[in-house]
Write a protein that binds this ligand. Structure first.
Ligand code: HC0
Ligand code: SF4
Length: 573
């Protein structure tokens, strides 16, 4: 161990520790901007480029994030020199920043804005040259505005090292350096999967989601249209954070009340379709297992993952389940069943709007094969963050609303659906159903804890009526790549693999409230979902009475003809 003092407090840390990390141990906060260290997902962004974390050590100033501790080191974080350097650095960053904070998407959650406020910056003494790059609006999911980029490189580390997609990288030199794409292609024309994880870690407004809020208000204002909204599992345990509630606080009832107050006529639940997905996917799995073909079955509900496999493993497109995602299944049932058969409304007079923790869902909604004819299953998708903005815009006091329930029947779900939002949850939900269907006996303990938790690759072997089924749940595209390389090489022992592109699953989605690198927040959201599940009476998708009624009245058999037409899809290389 190395012994040193930081602001007079003694601390001992392993050799190789950076001053910034050592300071955390003694509760000394050193302001920093570019640095980001998330052990849970194996991400360390350590480029020491912003120089905000300058501290006095020995005779001079050093960046705390990039300097190793030394025996006997005396660190002072708040000397006049350190404060002056820090302020100067932030002023220099601001001198080449648009400073349109009041109308920036990141207003209120920008780390540069927060640091400028913390440091008491009242003027910017330098008036330098300004970067002027065109903003990239090409994709359905992500807006990239290089003029707001501070070159922290967090997005590059995320995209290249965690996701292994490799879309973003520093190009040009000196003042002209920017985070660009290969041959400066528009984002829509790159291999970008739209996972949105770069947005999750961007400290400023350089990477943000495409803003669909105006489209939603417009839909709500068209009185001749019937507007139906669905809410994804992971939203209910995160939306509260935007209103001062604890991460993981279960806000389902208040969120439903807020959606009604905003003006949605039918407030439904993506969870309903998550249960439906399980009936289809478990049927498909059992079918493949019996035939011994097209294994492992890969889950298909994460659109960024589908984008990734289409781009990277085009010869393995026989493996993803043909099931549409719950978002799309919900839209399909809303437009082909609920509209025409329940409320006597033509699908073209309906809007289906989804609230998702995800920015890739915007892109998924726009995929032309996901609909019938010209009518897309889902018309507009917005993120958890966008919903929070709409609630604020409408002046609704979420925290003090009386709780309300989802509308029926497309709002009824089991606990198996709630856990979809955490990595491993889709797999666990599928196992609960597949087990009972194959063994024709009751599964007493429904909790497959081996596939829970933030670990990037989790596996288990389950005995289903004498057949050992090897299962795997993986999150992050880098981990998915490891599993897929094994599958491609013919070395995989798995029968089912769940993949979620975001490390930790949808609870950590690119459209969720910003966690600013604190993965405890993500863990608390996941815990919230498991709590909802364990508090529910019904915890197996195939026991959902509303789903059983839907098959009886409309769909016929799971994995049957109508189900295929409305609930399944195909993939493109
Ligand atoms: Fe997810 Fe989903 S669980 S992808 O993470 O399967 O976005 O929450 O809505 O569609 O249900 C996201 C979350 C969903 C879908 C569901 C799946
Ligand atoms: Fe990379 Fe995902 Fe960002 Fe696309 S959305 S640039 S794949 S991190």
């Amino acid at each position: 161990l190395v012994n040193l003092t930081i602001n007079g407090k003694a601390v001992s840390v392993p050799s190789g520790t950076k001053i910034l990390e050592a300071a955390k141990k003694v509760n000394v906060k050193i302001p920093n901007l570019c640095h980001l260290h998330m052990d849970e997902i194996n991400m360390v962004n350590q480029c020491a480029s912003c120089r905000v974390c300058m501290v006095s050590a020995g005779r001079g100033l050093v960046p705390a994030c990039g300097t190793n501790v030394k025996e006997g080191m005396v660190v002072q974080t708040n000397t006049p020199q350190a404060l002056k350097a820090r302020k100067t650095v932030v002023e220099l960053l601001l001198s080449d920043h648009p400073k349109d904070c009041l109308s920036c998407d990141k207003n209120g959650s920008c780390e540069l804005q927060a640091i400028a406020a913390d440091l008491g910056i009242r003027e910017v003494r330098f008036s330098g040259e300004h970067s002027t790059s065109p903003t990239d609006y090409s994709s359905k999911s992500i807006i990239k505005d290089n003029d707001k980029c501070i070159l922290c490189r967090r997005c590059e580390t995320m995209c290249n090292e965690v996701q292994t997609v490799g879309v973003l990288s520093g190009v040009n030199r000196g003042f002209n350096t920017e985070v660009g794409t290969f041959f400066n292609a528009d984002m829509a024309d790159t291999e970008c999967t739209f996972c949105g994880q770069c947005i999750s870690v961007c400290p400023t407004g350089a990477l943000t989601e495409v803003n669909n809020i105006p489209k939603v208000w417009d839909a709500l204002n068209q009185t001749e249209k019937t507007v139906v909204v669905q809410v994804a599992p992971a939203v209910r345990v995160a939306i509260g954070e935007e209103f001062g509630l604890e991460p993981g606080a279960i806000s389902t009832g208040k969120m439903v009340a807020a959606l009604r107050a905003i003006g949605f006529k039918y407030v439904f639940d993506t969870n309903f379709a998550a249960d439906l997905t399980i009936l289809e996917e478990a049927s498909e799995f059992i079918h493949r297992l019996k035939e011994g073909k097209n294994l492992p079955i890969l889950t298909s509900c994460c659109p960024a993952w589908i984008n990734f496999i289409e781009g990277n493993y085009p010869d393995l497109l026989n493996l993803p389940s043909s099931c549409k995602s719950p978002q799309e299944m919900f839209g399909s049932i809303a437009k082909n069943y609920f509209g025409p058969k329940v409320i006597n409304t033509d699908p073209k007079d309906m809007y289906v709007i989804s609230i998702m923790p995800c920015v890739a869902k915007k892109y998924e909604a726009s995929r032309s094969e996901l609909g019938q004819g010209d009518s897309l299953d889902v018309d507009i998708s917005i993120t958890t963050r966008e919903l929070a903005k709409m609630i604020k815009e409408a002046g609704i006091d979420l925290v003090n609303l009386e709780e309300e329930s989802f509308d029926s029947p497309l709002g009824d779900s089991t606990g198996a659906a709630d856990i979809f939002g955490a990595t491993g949850g889709v797999l666990e939900a599928a196992l609960r159903t597949a087990y009972e269907w194959v063994t024709d006996s009751e599964l007493e303990n429904v909790e497959f804890t081996q596939v829970r938790g933030m670990e990037g690759i989790k596996e288990a072997s389950i005995d289903i009526a004498g057949t050992i089924v090897n299962v795997c749940a993986t999150s992050s595209l880098g981990n998915a790549r490891k599993i897929m390389d094994e599958v491609k090489a013919g070395n995989s022992k798995y029968h089912i693999v769940e993949v979620m592109a975001c490390p930790g699953g949808c609870v950590a989605g690119g459209g969720q409230p910003y966690h600013h690198g604190d993965y405890d927040i993500v863990k608390k959201r996941a815990a919230g979902l498991y709590n909802i599940d364990s508090s529910k009476q019904l915890r197996k998708s195939h026991k959902n009475p509303a789903i059983l009624a839907l098959y009886k009245e409309f769909l016929g058999e799971p994995y049957g003809e109508t189900a295929h037409k409305l609930l399944h899809t195909h993939y493109f290389d």
